[in-house]
Design a protein around this ligand. Structure first.
Ligand code: FES
Length: 101
C-alpha cells in the first residue's frame, strides 16, 4: 500500500512479472520497483512501465558456473509475461484506512 500525491493505492503483494513479494521493493515518485528483477509499475494504475532487467552489481565477481546458469535462463526470462499489478479497493475515513482484500 502506498500514498501517491494524496491518493491511497493498494495492490496484492505480488509482482506481475515472476510473483516476487512487492513489499521488498521500493515505492517512490509514483512508481513501484520490484526488488527481484527491477520491473517498474505505475502506482496509479498498476500498469507495467519498465521491463525487468537481469543485470546485477558485482556480477563479474560471481562464479562462472552461476553466470552460465543465469545465461541459460535468459530466454525464459525474456519471454515471461508481465502482467499489471492487481489493485485492491482502498478507503480512508477520518484518518482510518481500510483495504478490501
Ligand atoms: S519478479 Fe518482479 S521483476 Fe521479476
Amino acid at each position: 500500500m502506498g500514498n501517491h500525491s494524496g491518493e491511497l493505492r493498494a495492490f496484492i503483494n505480488r509482482c506481475g512479472q515472476m510473483n516476487a513479494p512487492l513489499d521488498l521493493g521500493t515505492f517512490k515518485s509514483g512508481v513501484l520497483k520490484c526488488l527481484q528483477h527491477s520491473a517498474v509499475s505505475e502506482a496509479r494504475s498498476g500498469e507495467v512501465r519498465g521491463k525487468p532487467v537481469l543485470s546485477m552489481p558485482g556480477k563479474d565477481e560471481l562464479p562462472p558456473e552461476f553466470l552460465e546458469a543465469m545465461a541459460r535462463k535468459a530466454p525464459i526470462f525474456a519471454r515471461t509475461e508481465r502482467r499489471p499489478l492487481t489493485p485492491l479497493p482502498v478507503e480512508s475515513i477520518s484518518g482510518n484506512v481500510r483495504v478490501f482484500v
